[in-house]
Design a protein. Sequence first.
Length: 753
Amino acid sequence: MLKHPARSKIKWIVILFSTVEKVQVSANPDLAAERKFLAKANDRLETMRESAREMMELALASPRGGTHQARAERDVIVRHSLARLEQLEIGDQALSFGGIDYDAELGRVASFHIGRLAVADEDMEPLVVDWRAPVAEPFYRATGKDPMGLTRRRHFALENRDVASIEDELFSAEGFAEGSWDSGEPKLAGPGSLFAAVARARTGRMADIVSTIQAQQDEIIRAPLSGMLVVQGGPGTGKTAVALHRAAYLLYTYRRRLERQGVLVVAPNRIFARYIDHVLPSLGETGVQIMTVNGLAGFGEARIAETDAEARLKGDLRMATFIAKAIKDRERPLKRTAEIVMGAFVVRVTPGDSAEAVRAAQHRSGTHNQRRRFVEALLAVKIAEKYLAAKKIGSTGNADAGSQFDEQKFNILDSTSVDEKQVKKELAQKVKRLPEFQFLVQRIWPKLTPQVLLSDLFSHLPLIHLAGKEILSETETRLLHRPTRFEDDINQWSSSDLVLLNEASIILGSYRNKNEDPDGERGYGHIIMDEAQDLSPMAARMIGRYSLSGSMTLVGDVAQATSPFGRRTWHDIVAPLAKSDPVHLVELEVNYRTPQEVMDVAGGLLKEFAPELKPATSIRKSGEFVEIIIPGREDLFESLAKVVSAERDKVDPGTVAVIVPADDKHLYVERLSQAGLEFSSSGEASVSVLSIHEAKGLEFDSVVIAGANRLLSAATLNPQALFVAMTRTTKRLVIVHNNDVPDVIVDLILKQK
């Protein structure tokens, strides 16, 4: 069951301006001292790095010979040193970003500096405390109502790893005034630092939020490891950042377990994976594996497109039964007796013989390809028995002089000193090597790869009918059919096909010989899945197979669902994933990124098309209203190129995204290039041209939307596609109007003016 925690447990418990005695953001008398302290901590961090480097160099310089134990110890030292250097590497980020002071009456150490990782002085006294340590929790959780023993919380505004200014929050003894807690307003911790971080120009790469984590976000980050945690969060709520910081926290807190089992982050596409891949290293964690859904499937990238109807069908859980049935259909007894020539004898393998072997194999455990060896063994023994029986009674058949089976090699029963069981065993092994026998077994129980199975299945309508009987409708059966593939096209698959290949691989097992054993898959101690609202049921089933214990964090927003599966509840989404543990749902309801001016329009669109979905509450204004630009007499693409160039100049050095319908992207790319616009499709450049699926989860200083109505209809008539496009911006939103903007959008923008 999907459990929703009581509201009392997920209240915003962050600082509100009116509930603290004083917020200091001007020049602080402690500024020079803090700069000096941070310099000392950075020097100590460099000393720790140098110590790790020296240890590694000393181990590498040791003699190559020596005992096995000495070589093993040297390797351990090198691995440990490399891991330590990775942990101590924070790039160009500042080591510490703030601190906390405790009430002296509590009898605790008076203050702690909070940072990306722990640093101690020569006497092992802490200089900087890791943000994930329990003692650091009040930095994120303390409120006026519950100061958690703090008298002050300090945030640093940082420039080039140095402290530029200080923001202090001083907690009063009285805490919150009665009634202010339930005012319904978001309460912000370190508001100056938070808004400065949000206003900073985007670089095309995601920035961590370790210095500005809010209390509700911190509660999610530090949630227990076990079970499934679902984080529902609208645009700009920081859900992706929270998920990544949760990965870093879990690795820190459950180090022994998760270093061995691993943590997996599943990204919806390669652009998104590149966008987030440096966040965890900036937090001191390099052991997390980031993969796309397609990459996790294990059969390369999607190379062909598919219709929404095809994606819906192939993503349906019924396809698991369909694939299993298709494989079982290939485990089939002979319809007619087959003959194998063995010297002067012809051994006949009847349909009954083959049916007996198939039945026995199907009742055994193991994968399809593993059980083929059992079929081979049974049939080889059966053939050996028939051959030996024929030899005993002296019956003969039509000999084949060209047979690879030399009659003289098996004329050994005349010797009474030879054990008959051993003879039968040796003869069965020789039978297995006969080409005619291998051809026979391939007819009965073929060795298959997932690619061969699906290529053969989808190219033959009778096979689809057979596997889909009582599972698929006639329309669905025909939807799966496609022309016969050429041999060099066997790796041409859609995204949904890749998931089906993974499903087939689990049932088929390894195609390799029995001396190699890669049939088992790697599992992970914790899995984090972003944009989970767009997972197909089959993709969710695939991801669930990689979970060792059901420990997962899923983040997403049902209001931003743009997949062919439409709007679903979280119960529907997690059903193929959930194991025995309960599923906990938490919500992030504060939009820190998207300006209120944009959310007024985007939220109005959502209310018009999906009134049951509630957008997150935006807490900031940019002073920039949404613009609609109608091209003049000039070409649409030339006009669009000029608009984008102007936006690039307005947000420089920030980033601009041109979001276009996926089906028309190639046209926009071609025509905008002809118009002289410089851009990329990576999401990392100053200007990027992206489809809605590529832009999902990313953020830009300015967003230019073209083809709004096509954007709506291109996602299965899903209005959330346009909602997603509009909410990618942190500052400006421009819609290029070519008689393709929904009236509701025009009306909402006019109301702003």
